[in-house]
Ligand binder design. Structure first.
Ligand code: CA
Length: 238
C-alpha cells in the first residue's frame, strides 16, 4: 500500500479559488500531496500540524498576509527549514524584496505557466536537499570557478584570483546557494556583518569588483533587477 505521506507535501495558501485549484491540480498530477487554504491563519495552523515539505504562499491575502506568514514560518525554529515560494503580482518588486528579506526561498510572479511553477517547486525542493551538503563542503566547484573555503582561495581556470575578505564572503554566500536570489540587505547581513555601516550601493560596488576579478567566470553572478543577485544554477541542477 502506498501511503499518501510518502509523497512530498505542499501547502498552498492562495485566496483566489480558480488559481488555487489550478495549482492543486498540477501539483497532484505531478505526484505531490496538496494541502490548500485561502486563509492565512489557517495556513499557519496547517503548517505547524503537518510540517509540509514546501509552502506556496500568496502575498496578497485577506487578514494575515504572505509576508507576515513567511516571517512567522522563518522565526519558528520548528518550521524555519521549510522552504517558502512566494506568489507575487507581476512587477511588484517591493513585495519580492520584502519577502526575500523575511526569508522566502524563491518567488514566482503571476500569471505563470503550470510548467514554470513545477520547475520552481522541484528546484526549491532539490536545493533543500543539497543545502546541507553545500554547508559542509570545503570546496565549491562550478565550471571554471573553484572556491576553496578552507584556504580562502578562489581559482578561475586554475589561476588564483585575489579577492578582498568581503569580496570572498560575498561570492561564498552567493555560491553556497545556487539559484537563490539574495537581496542586498541579506548580502550585507551575511557577508559583511551588522557591525559595519554598509549601504546597498556598497554591495553593488563590491559585486562589480568581484565580477571584474572573476573575468571568464563573471557571468556566474547574475543581477536580478530591483531585487538583488544570484549565483546561476548549474545545468544539472536546473
Ligand atoms: Ca491573493
Amino acid at each position: 500500500m502506498v501511503r499518501d505521506h510518502d509523497k512530498p507535501t505542499i501547502l498552498v495558501v492562495e485566496d483566489e479559488p480558480d488559481l488555487r485549484e489550478v495549482i492543486r491540480y498540477n501539483l497532484e498530477r505531478e505526484g505531490y500531496r496538496v494541502l490548500a487554504t485561502e486563509d492565512g491563519e489557517e495556513g499557519l495552523d496547517l503548517l505547524r500540524e503537518e510540517l509540509p515539505d514546501l509552502v506556496l504562499l500568496d502575498i496578497m491575502l485577506p487578514g494575515l498576509d504572505g509576508i507576515e506568514i513567511c516571517r512567522s514560518i522563518k522565526y519558528d525554529p520548528h518550521t524555519r527549514a521549510i522552504p517558502v515560494i512566494m506568489v507575487t503580482a507581476r512587477g511588484d518588486e517591493s513585495d519580492i524584496v520584502l519577502g526575500l528579506g523575511v526569508g522566502a526561498d524563491d518567488y514566482i510572479t503571476k500569471p505563470f505557466r503550470p510548467r514554470e511553477l513545477m520547475a520552481r517547486v522541484k528546484a526549491v525542493l532539490r536545493r533543500g536537499k543539497l543545502r546541507d551538503e553545500a554547508d559542509a563542503s570545503e570546496r565549491i566547484v562550478r565550471e571554471r570557478l573553484v572556491i576553496d573555503r578552507a584556504r580562502h582561495r578562489v581559482l578561475v581556470d586554475g589561476a588564483e584570483v585575489n579577492l578582498t575578505p568581503t569580496e570572498f564572503r560575498l561570492l561564498e554566500v552567493l555560491a553556497s546557494r545556487p539559484g537563490r536570489v539574495f537581496t542586498r540587505d541579506q548580502l550585507i547581513h551575511r557577508a559583511m556583518g551588522d557591525d559595519v555601516i554598509v549601504t546597498q550601493r556598497n554591495v553593488d560596488v563590491h559585486i562589480r569588483s568581484v565580477r571584474k576579478k572573476l573575468e571568464g567566470a563573471r557571468e556566474l553572478i547574475e543581477t536580478i533587477r530591483g531585487v538583488g543577485y544570484r549565483f546561476l544554477e548549474s545545468e544539472e541542477d536546473a
